[in-house]
Design a binder for this molecule. Sequence first.
Ligand code: 5AD
Ligand code: SF4
Length: 483
Amino acid sequence: MKKKVTINYDEELNPSIKEARMRRNKDVNFTSFILEPQYLNIGLNKKYLLKTYGCQGNLADSENIAGILELMGFSPCNEEIDADLIIFNTCAIRENAEERVFGEIGRIEKFRKQNPNLLIGLCGCMAQEEHTIEKIKKTYPYINIVFGTHNIYSLPELVYSSLIEQKNKIDVLSIEGDIYENMPVKRESKYKAWVNIMYGCDEFCTYCIVPYTRGKERSRRPEAIIEEVKELAKAGYKEVTLLGQNVNAYGKDFKDLNYTFGNLLMDLSKIDIPRIRYTTSHPRDLDDLTIDAMALGKNIMPHLHLPVQSGSNEILKKMNRKYTREEYLDKIKKLKEKIPGISITTDIIVAFPTETEEDFNETLSLVKEVEFEGAYTFIYSPRIGTPAATYPNPLTEDEKKERLLKLNDLINSYFLKGRKRFEGKIVEVLVDGESKNNKDMLTGYTEHNMLVNFASNKVKEGDIIKCKITKAYSWHMLGEVVE
Ligand code: 5AD
Ligand code: SF4
């Protein structure tokens, strides 16, 4: 019989969905991260492996986690077999994202046999869910440390407890959330950087778990963001992506300052950095000043990811999206007028509870109207603790899949159309490096955020080059370097 390694937690601070729902309008604390001296060097001669799932917010958090671990003396590795510490930074947005993580955690148990001292950690949005913690205790009782989205700063203490004192802990806070500045960061790229401008979400779309896992909307101070982007420009970065669950709500929480996302974009556009992007936007909060800043700022890229979720007013209302189909289309019209050639991408959920054939057809007709050039499309996935999880949903799995396929068929045709418009044209490409599928090709993204593959032995990663597009496909384009 296989013997399972079971861990008893020495201390437990478990999440509470009820607490996580609260918005008490408490002031945000701004704290500066410092590493206590006793945690320095405890990772010397030890290797860590970080497995990141989900959105850009998690990618950015993982860069902070890596920064903290390296400050503690750990060095990175790529293979599980070499690792002394494996951390799963998880995503809770849909059930299949969670199942993938649990599958991986199950697989990792075997490495304990080869390395009994292996530490396993879990953090991110799944850690913030009550049912995940229950499942860990019941089914995966060999995870040493669990921490949440609100206390990445606790990592040194948790690793110390587990590694040195052999005490394992669950440490998850269900609070509205504060802001930590000066977190150590180990950026993946030397040319492209994530810059968090705000945290949390107060929208409470009825399907979404994020407002519960990431806390209330809270904005970093503009000076801190401007300073960070200036530093990145000085260090040779070519592109920054401003991050937030709903960047268009930036600044709404300032009590002493009348300063919004549009103001921030205007200020950042004056910095000498070639490319500024941002994600994700909420259609209700996208305002004229933001559109003007995109139109005026030469370094604000002509691409906008504007999740619509559904084309039916009935469903939008049930989703608590707080805009109508008509209002969404008006904003798209304005964007296309003010920023000629702008590329619009989106997120769409099909088979939301009570979605009828007519509702679904409204989504298809909106897709035809907007001609999205990229999209993430999903079947609705009930999330425990959210209102929509209690709504009736009579559709069968086959019916749900059929809707997704039908939507994808239609929407993909516009991806091709969106790329065809560049055939024969010269575009600027920020070089990312070798193409994943073909070692003889290089790859990079255009200003409109479209992938281009091209051959060249003269350019290198981080260069911004001119390419003539020779052929467009639905998901990428082929180009030739000019000049
Ligand atoms: N089911 C399916 N898709 C979801 N999303 C968020 N929550 C759910 C859910 N419960 C999608 C939305 C969002 C994107 C990040 O994930 O489209 O914009
Ligand atoms: Fe979720 Fe809606 Fe907030 Fe986006 S805006 S994170 S979909 S609640």
